[in-house]
Design a protein around this ligand. Structure first.
Ligand code: SAH
Length: 371
Protein backbone atom coordinates (compact mmCIF):
# COMPACT_ATOMS: atom_id res chain seq x y z
CA UNK A 1 0.00 0.00 0.00
CA UNK A 2 1.22 3.54 -0.83
CA UNK A 3 2.08 6.16 1.86
CA UNK A 4 -1.18 7.89 1.10
CA UNK A 5 -3.02 4.57 1.35
CA UNK A 6 -1.78 4.21 4.93
CA UNK A 7 -2.87 7.78 5.73
CA UNK A 8 -6.33 7.18 4.27
CA UNK A 9 -6.67 3.91 6.19
CA UNK A 10 -5.92 5.62 9.47
CA UNK A 11 -8.39 8.42 8.65
CA UNK A 12 -11.08 5.81 7.99
CA UNK A 13 -10.15 3.87 11.12
CA UNK A 14 -10.68 7.05 13.18
CA UNK A 15 -13.59 8.73 11.40
CA UNK A 16 -15.37 5.94 9.51
CA UNK A 17 -15.73 5.41 5.76
CA UNK A 18 -15.31 8.48 3.53
CA UNK A 19 -17.18 9.62 0.42
CA UNK A 20 -15.66 8.87 -2.98
CA UNK A 21 -15.42 12.64 -3.46
CA UNK A 22 -13.17 12.96 -0.42
CA UNK A 23 -11.13 9.92 -1.45
CA UNK A 24 -10.54 11.30 -4.96
CA UNK A 25 -9.68 14.73 -3.55
CA UNK A 26 -7.00 13.15 -1.33
CA UNK A 27 -5.70 10.73 -3.97
CA UNK A 28 -5.20 13.53 -6.50
CA UNK A 29 -4.58 16.59 -4.35
CA UNK A 30 -3.21 15.61 -0.91
CA UNK A 31 -0.59 18.31 -0.32
CA UNK A 32 2.30 15.87 0.22
CA UNK A 33 1.24 12.61 -1.41
CA UNK A 34 -1.48 13.52 -3.95
CA UNK A 35 -1.00 12.15 -7.44
CA UNK A 36 -0.73 15.54 -9.15
CA UNK A 37 1.25 17.12 -6.32
CA UNK A 38 4.21 14.79 -6.61
CA UNK A 39 4.86 14.17 -10.28
CA UNK A 40 4.51 15.06 -13.94
CA UNK A 41 2.11 12.34 -15.08
CA UNK A 42 2.11 13.19 -18.78
CA UNK A 43 3.81 11.66 -21.76
CA UNK A 44 5.29 8.37 -22.88
CA UNK A 45 7.19 7.82 -19.61
CA UNK A 46 4.23 8.90 -17.47
CA UNK A 47 0.77 7.49 -16.94
CA UNK A 48 -1.26 9.02 -19.77
CA UNK A 49 -0.93 11.32 -22.77
CA UNK A 50 -3.08 14.27 -23.77
CA UNK A 51 -3.86 16.00 -27.07
CA UNK A 52 -1.39 18.89 -26.70
CA UNK A 53 1.35 16.36 -25.93
CA UNK A 54 0.43 14.34 -29.02
CA UNK A 55 0.75 17.21 -31.47
CA UNK A 56 1.48 20.94 -31.70
CA UNK A 57 -1.47 21.17 -34.12
CA UNK A 58 -3.93 20.87 -31.23
CA UNK A 59 -2.72 24.03 -29.48
CA UNK A 60 -2.29 25.85 -32.77
CA UNK A 61 -5.91 25.31 -33.78
CA UNK A 62 -7.06 26.40 -30.32
CA UNK A 63 -4.79 29.44 -30.44
CA UNK A 64 -6.36 30.57 -33.70
CA UNK A 65 -9.80 29.88 -32.17
CA UNK A 66 -8.93 32.13 -29.19
CA UNK A 67 -7.67 34.95 -31.41
CA UNK A 68 -10.78 34.64 -33.56
CA UNK A 69 -13.08 34.88 -30.55
CA UNK A 70 -11.19 37.92 -29.29
CA UNK A 71 -11.70 39.57 -32.70
CA UNK A 72 -15.41 38.65 -32.63
CA UNK A 73 -15.62 40.30 -29.19
CA UNK A 74 -14.47 43.54 -30.83
CA UNK A 75 -10.76 43.15 -30.00
CA UNK A 76 -10.77 44.46 -26.41
CA UNK A 77 -7.49 46.15 -25.41
CA UNK A 78 -6.99 43.76 -22.49
CA UNK A 79 -8.05 40.12 -22.23
CA UNK A 80 -7.25 37.45 -19.66
CA UNK A 81 -6.18 34.22 -21.33
CA UNK A 82 -6.82 31.65 -18.63
CA UNK A 83 -6.00 27.96 -18.57
CA UNK A 84 -7.28 25.54 -15.94
CA UNK A 85 -4.92 22.64 -15.23
CA UNK A 86 -2.26 23.46 -17.85
CA UNK A 87 -0.23 20.26 -17.35
CA UNK A 88 3.25 20.88 -18.79
CA UNK A 89 2.20 24.20 -20.35
CA UNK A 90 2.37 22.74 -23.84
CA UNK A 91 -1.13 23.80 -24.90
CA UNK A 92 -0.53 27.39 -23.77
CA UNK A 93 2.84 27.52 -25.54
CA UNK A 94 1.30 26.41 -28.83
CA UNK A 95 -1.72 28.70 -28.35
CA UNK A 96 0.51 31.74 -27.78
CA UNK A 97 2.67 30.96 -30.81
CA UNK A 98 -0.30 30.46 -33.14
CA UNK A 99 -2.15 33.49 -31.77
CA UNK A 100 0.58 35.79 -33.07
CA UNK A 101 -1.07 35.62 -36.49
CA UNK A 102 -3.82 37.93 -35.21
CA UNK A 103 -2.54 41.53 -35.09
CA UNK A 104 -2.96 43.06 -31.64
CA UNK A 105 -4.04 39.89 -29.84
CA UNK A 106 -0.68 38.99 -28.27
CA UNK A 107 -0.33 42.53 -26.94
CA UNK A 108 -3.77 42.36 -25.31
CA UNK A 109 -3.21 39.09 -23.43
CA UNK A 110 -2.57 38.50 -19.75
CA UNK A 111 -1.93 34.78 -19.25
CA UNK A 112 -3.32 33.31 -16.04
CA UNK A 113 -2.76 29.68 -15.13
CA UNK A 114 -4.78 27.87 -12.48
CA UNK A 115 -2.65 25.00 -11.23
CA UNK A 116 -2.52 23.21 -7.88
CA UNK A 117 0.56 21.10 -8.55
CA UNK A 118 3.95 22.56 -7.57
CA UNK A 119 5.70 20.06 -9.84
CA UNK A 120 3.63 21.00 -12.87
CA UNK A 121 4.03 24.72 -12.13
CA UNK A 122 7.78 24.25 -12.52
CA UNK A 123 7.22 22.43 -15.81
CA UNK A 124 4.91 25.23 -17.01
CA UNK A 125 7.48 27.93 -16.15
CA UNK A 126 10.09 26.04 -18.13
CA UNK A 127 7.86 25.44 -21.17
CA UNK A 128 6.64 29.05 -21.25
CA UNK A 129 9.95 30.73 -20.46
CA UNK A 130 10.36 32.11 -23.97
CA UNK A 131 6.69 32.53 -24.78
CA UNK A 132 6.97 36.30 -24.48
CA UNK A 133 3.85 36.72 -22.35
CA UNK A 134 3.04 38.01 -18.88
CA UNK A 135 2.10 34.92 -16.86
CA UNK A 136 0.60 34.65 -13.39
CA UNK A 137 -0.26 31.50 -11.42
CA UNK A 138 -3.27 30.89 -9.18
CA UNK A 139 -4.45 27.99 -7.04
CA UNK A 140 -8.17 28.50 -7.55
CA UNK A 141 -10.42 29.93 -10.22
CA UNK A 142 -11.98 32.28 -7.68
CA UNK A 143 -8.66 34.11 -7.20
CA UNK A 144 -8.45 35.36 -10.79
CA UNK A 145 -8.49 39.13 -11.30
CA UNK A 146 -11.54 40.65 -13.03
CA UNK A 147 -11.84 41.41 -16.73
CA UNK A 148 -13.03 39.70 -19.90
CA UNK A 149 -11.51 36.25 -20.30
CA UNK A 150 -10.92 33.40 -22.69
CA UNK A 151 -10.72 30.28 -20.54
CA UNK A 152 -9.29 26.95 -21.70
CA UNK A 153 -9.65 23.59 -19.95
CA UNK A 154 -8.34 20.44 -21.64
CA UNK A 155 -8.72 17.27 -19.57
CA UNK A 156 -9.34 19.33 -16.45
CA UNK A 157 -12.96 18.60 -15.55
CA UNK A 158 -12.30 14.86 -15.73
CA UNK A 159 -9.83 15.21 -12.84
CA UNK A 160 -12.33 16.74 -10.41
CA UNK A 161 -13.74 14.48 -7.66
CA UNK A 162 -17.23 12.98 -8.04
CA UNK A 163 -19.74 11.30 -5.76
CA UNK A 164 -21.44 7.99 -6.45
CA UNK A 165 -24.91 7.00 -5.30
CA UNK A 166 -25.93 3.34 -5.29
CA UNK A 167 -29.51 2.09 -5.54
CA UNK A 168 -29.85 -0.40 -2.66
CA UNK A 169 -32.99 -2.31 -1.72
CA UNK A 170 -33.60 0.43 0.89
CA UNK A 171 -33.15 3.41 -1.43
CA UNK A 172 -30.29 5.51 -2.81
CA UNK A 173 -27.19 5.56 -0.61
CA UNK A 174 -23.82 7.20 -1.05
CA UNK A 175 -20.96 4.97 -2.18
CA UNK A 176 -18.15 5.20 0.35
CA UNK A 177 -14.56 4.03 0.72
CA UNK A 178 -13.90 1.87 3.78
CA UNK A 179 -11.35 -0.60 5.08
CA UNK A 180 -11.01 -3.79 3.04
CA UNK A 181 -9.30 -7.09 3.64
CA UNK A 182 -5.63 -7.00 4.66
CA UNK A 183 -4.26 -3.49 4.29
CA UNK A 184 -6.55 -2.62 1.37
CA UNK A 185 -9.51 -0.31 0.85
CA UNK A 186 -12.93 -1.30 -0.43
CA UNK A 187 -16.15 0.24 -1.66
CA UNK A 188 -19.25 0.17 0.51
CA UNK A 189 -22.46 2.14 0.93
CA UNK A 190 -23.30 4.74 3.56
CA UNK A 191 -25.77 4.02 6.36
CA UNK A 192 -28.58 6.42 5.44
CA UNK A 193 -30.85 6.97 2.47
CA UNK A 194 -30.39 10.03 0.25
CA UNK A 195 -34.05 10.93 0.17
CA UNK A 196 -33.57 13.91 -2.18
CA UNK A 197 -32.59 11.48 -4.98
CA UNK A 198 -35.81 10.39 -6.65
CA UNK A 199 -34.45 8.69 -9.78
CA UNK A 200 -36.17 5.37 -10.54
CA UNK A 201 -33.64 2.64 -11.30
CA UNK A 202 -33.11 -1.03 -10.55
CA UNK A 203 -31.19 -2.18 -7.50
CA UNK A 204 -27.43 -2.00 -8.07
CA UNK A 205 -27.64 1.06 -10.33
CA UNK A 206 -25.10 3.83 -9.78
CA UNK A 207 -25.45 7.57 -10.31
CA UNK A 208 -22.25 9.58 -10.76
CA UNK A 209 -22.49 13.19 -9.72
CA UNK A 210 -19.82 15.78 -10.44
CA UNK A 211 -20.98 18.51 -8.10
CA UNK A 212 -17.52 20.06 -7.79
CA UNK A 213 -17.20 20.43 -11.57
CA UNK A 214 -20.75 21.75 -11.89
CA UNK A 215 -20.20 24.35 -9.16
CA UNK A 216 -16.99 25.44 -10.88
CA UNK A 217 -18.80 25.69 -14.23
CA UNK A 218 -21.47 27.86 -12.61
CA UNK A 219 -18.74 30.11 -11.21
CA UNK A 220 -17.05 30.35 -14.62
CA UNK A 221 -20.33 31.09 -16.38
CA UNK A 222 -21.37 33.73 -13.85
CA UNK A 223 -18.08 35.47 -14.35
CA UNK A 224 -18.31 35.34 -18.16
CA UNK A 225 -21.82 36.76 -18.06
CA UNK A 226 -20.62 39.62 -15.83
CA UNK A 227 -17.27 40.39 -17.50
CA UNK A 228 -17.53 38.97 -21.03
CA UNK A 229 -15.64 36.18 -22.73
CA UNK A 230 -15.83 32.48 -23.36
CA UNK A 231 -14.71 29.15 -21.89
CA UNK A 232 -13.70 26.12 -23.95
CA UNK A 233 -13.75 22.74 -22.20
CA UNK A 234 -12.46 19.60 -23.90
CA UNK A 235 -12.73 16.20 -22.28
CA UNK A 236 -13.50 12.54 -22.63
CA UNK A 237 -17.21 12.58 -21.94
CA UNK A 238 -20.81 12.06 -22.93
CA UNK A 239 -23.50 14.38 -24.21
CA UNK A 240 -26.52 13.11 -22.22
CA UNK A 241 -26.71 12.49 -18.49
CA UNK A 242 -27.02 8.73 -17.92
CA UNK A 243 -26.96 6.14 -15.17
CA UNK A 244 -23.71 4.34 -14.50
CA UNK A 245 -20.25 5.14 -13.28
CA UNK A 246 -17.10 5.90 -15.23
CA UNK A 247 -14.41 6.15 -12.56
CA UNK A 248 -11.10 4.83 -13.78
CA UNK A 249 -7.55 4.70 -12.55
CA UNK A 250 -4.59 4.67 -14.87
CA UNK A 251 -0.94 3.99 -14.26
CA UNK A 252 1.75 3.63 -16.92
CA UNK A 253 -0.89 3.74 -19.68
CA UNK A 254 -2.86 0.78 -18.23
CA UNK A 255 -6.00 0.57 -16.10
CA UNK A 256 -5.60 -0.32 -12.41
CA UNK A 257 -8.10 -0.59 -9.54
CA UNK A 258 -9.02 2.91 -8.30
CA UNK A 259 -8.57 1.96 -4.61
CA UNK A 260 -5.35 0.00 -5.03
CA UNK A 261 -2.63 2.61 -4.70
CA UNK A 262 -4.05 6.04 -3.93
CA UNK A 263 -1.66 8.80 -4.97
CA UNK A 264 0.16 6.57 -7.45
CA UNK A 265 -2.45 6.32 -10.21
CA UNK A 266 -4.42 8.96 -12.07
CA UNK A 267 -8.14 8.96 -11.25
CA UNK A 268 -10.60 10.32 -13.78
CA UNK A 269 -14.23 10.10 -14.78
CA UNK A 270 -15.93 10.81 -18.08
CA UNK A 271 -17.40 14.27 -18.10
CA UNK A 272 -21.19 14.74 -18.09
CA UNK A 273 -21.41 17.60 -20.60
CA UNK A 274 -25.18 17.91 -20.21
CA UNK A 275 -24.73 18.60 -16.50
CA UNK A 276 -22.00 21.19 -17.20
CA UNK A 277 -24.25 22.84 -19.79
CA UNK A 278 -27.14 23.02 -17.31
CA UNK A 279 -24.81 24.54 -14.72
CA UNK A 280 -23.69 27.24 -17.18
CA UNK A 281 -27.19 27.99 -18.47
CA UNK A 282 -28.56 28.29 -14.93
CA UNK A 283 -26.79 31.64 -14.57
CA UNK A 284 -27.59 32.94 -18.07
CA UNK A 285 -24.57 31.88 -20.13
CA UNK A 286 -24.95 30.63 -23.71
CA UNK A 287 -23.75 27.07 -24.28
CA UNK A 288 -22.44 25.85 -27.66
CA UNK A 289 -22.04 22.12 -28.26
CA UNK A 290 -20.92 19.64 -27.23
CA UNK A 291 -19.47 18.65 -30.58
CA UNK A 292 -16.97 15.87 -31.08
CA UNK A 293 -13.29 16.75 -30.93
CA UNK A 294 -13.07 15.56 -34.56
CA UNK A 295 -15.78 17.94 -35.76
CA UNK A 296 -14.27 20.79 -33.79
CA UNK A 297 -10.67 20.36 -34.92
CA UNK A 298 -11.41 19.41 -38.54
CA UNK A 299 -14.03 22.16 -38.81
CA UNK A 300 -11.37 24.66 -37.80
CA UNK A 301 -8.95 23.42 -40.44
CA UNK A 302 -6.68 20.88 -38.77
CA UNK A 303 -6.34 18.78 -41.93
CA UNK A 304 -5.07 21.80 -43.86
CA UNK A 305 -2.70 22.62 -40.99
CA UNK A 306 -1.34 19.06 -41.15
CA UNK A 307 -0.76 19.44 -44.91
CA UNK A 308 1.10 22.71 -44.37
CA UNK A 309 3.30 21.13 -41.70
CA UNK A 310 4.02 18.16 -43.96
CA UNK A 311 5.08 20.44 -46.82
CA UNK A 312 7.50 22.30 -44.55
CA UNK A 313 8.94 19.20 -42.87
CA UNK A 314 11.47 16.60 -44.08
CA UNK A 315 9.67 13.72 -45.90
CA UNK A 316 10.20 11.30 -43.01
CA UNK A 317 8.01 13.50 -40.77
CA UNK A 318 5.01 13.18 -43.11
CA UNK A 319 3.68 9.86 -41.79
CA UNK A 320 4.25 11.05 -38.19
CA UNK A 321 2.16 14.18 -38.73
CA UNK A 322 -0.47 12.08 -40.48
CA UNK A 323 -0.69 9.67 -37.54
CA UNK A 324 -0.91 12.55 -35.03
CA UNK A 325 -3.81 13.98 -37.00
CA UNK A 326 -5.49 10.55 -36.94
CA UNK A 327 -5.04 10.13 -33.19
CA UNK A 328 -6.64 13.50 -32.50
CA UNK A 329 -9.51 13.20 -34.95
CA UNK A 330 -10.24 9.54 -35.79
CA UNK A 331 -13.50 8.08 -34.55
CA UNK A 332 -13.16 5.15 -32.23
CA UNK A 333 -15.57 3.52 -29.85
CA UNK A 334 -13.07 1.10 -28.49
CA UNK A 335 -12.60 2.21 -24.89
CA UNK A 336 -10.18 -0.59 -24.07
CA UNK A 337 -7.73 0.42 -26.79
CA UNK A 338 -8.26 4.01 -25.84
CA UNK A 339 -6.23 3.59 -22.65
CA UNK A 340 -3.23 4.37 -24.84
CA UNK A 341 -5.03 7.13 -26.73
CA UNK A 342 -3.67 5.45 -29.84
CA UNK A 343 -6.87 4.52 -31.55
CA UNK A 344 -8.48 7.90 -32.04
CA UNK A 345 -9.81 10.54 -29.68
CA UNK A 346 -12.07 12.08 -32.31
CA UNK A 347 -15.48 11.03 -31.05
CA UNK A 348 -14.92 9.98 -27.43
CA UNK A 349 -13.61 13.47 -26.68
CA UNK A 350 -16.05 16.34 -26.85
CA UNK A 351 -15.86 20.10 -26.85
CA UNK A 352 -18.19 22.63 -25.28
CA UNK A 353 -18.03 26.43 -25.32
CA UNK A 354 -19.69 28.64 -22.74
CA UNK A 355 -20.13 32.26 -23.81
CA UNK A 356 -20.96 35.10 -21.48
CA UNK A 357 -23.01 36.81 -24.17
CA UNK A 358 -25.42 35.45 -26.75
CA UNK A 359 -24.17 38.08 -29.21
CA UNK A 360 -20.72 36.62 -29.78
CA UNK A 361 -20.77 33.01 -31.05
CA UNK A 362 -17.56 30.97 -31.07
CA UNK A 363 -16.25 29.28 -34.23
CA UNK A 364 -16.27 25.51 -34.51
CA UNK A 365 -19.80 24.72 -33.33
CA UNK A 366 -21.59 24.92 -36.66
CA UNK A 367 -22.44 21.20 -36.43
CA UNK A 368 -23.85 21.49 -32.92
CA UNK A 369 -27.55 21.00 -32.38
CA UNK A 370 -27.65 24.36 -30.59
CA UNK A 371 -25.25 26.57 -32.62
N1 SAH B 1 -4.42 20.26 -19.61
C1 SAH B 1 -3.21 19.47 -19.58
C2 SAH B 1 -3.09 18.58 -18.33
C3 SAH B 1 -4.25 17.69 -18.00
S1 SAH B 1 -3.96 16.82 -16.48
C4 SAH B 1 -3.07 18.67 -20.85
O1 SAH B 1 -4.04 18.59 -21.60
O2 SAH B 1 -2.00 18.10 -21.08
C5 SAH B 1 -4.89 17.77 -15.32
C6 SAH B 1 -4.26 19.08 -14.92
O3 SAH B 1 -5.14 19.73 -13.98
C7 SAH B 1 -2.94 19.01 -14.21
O4 SAH B 1 -2.19 20.15 -14.55
C8 SAH B 1 -3.34 19.02 -12.74
O5 SAH B 1 -2.30 19.35 -11.87
C9 SAH B 1 -4.44 20.03 -12.77
N2 SAH B 1 -5.44 19.95 -11.71
C10 SAH B 1 -6.20 18.87 -11.39
N3 SAH B 1 -7.08 19.17 -10.42
C11 SAH B 1 -6.90 20.48 -10.13
C12 SAH B 1 -7.52 21.39 -9.22
N4 SAH B 1 -8.50 20.98 -8.41
N5 SAH B 1 -7.10 22.67 -9.19
C13 SAH B 1 -6.10 23.08 -10.02
N6 SAH B 1 -5.48 22.28 -10.89
C14 SAH B 1 -5.86 20.99 -10.96
Amino acid sequence: MSDLGAIIRSMIAQEGPMSLERYMGLALGHPRHGYYMTRDPLGASGDFITSPEISQMFGEIIGVWCADYWARMGAPGRINLVELGPGRGTLMRDVLRAARVMPGFSQAINVQLVEMSPVLRVAQKETLRDAGARIEWFHHFGELPPGPAIILANEFFDALPVRHFVRTRYGWRERVVGLGAGDGLSFGVGPSNISALRVLAPEGSIIESGAIGQRLMTEIARRLVAEGGVALAIDYGYAQTALGETLQAMRAHAYVHPLREPGEADLTTHVDFAALARAARSVGARVHGPVTQADFLLGLGMAARADALKRAAPPARGPVIESELRRLTAHSNDEAVDACRASGMGSLFKVIAVAGSGDVAPAGFEKAENP
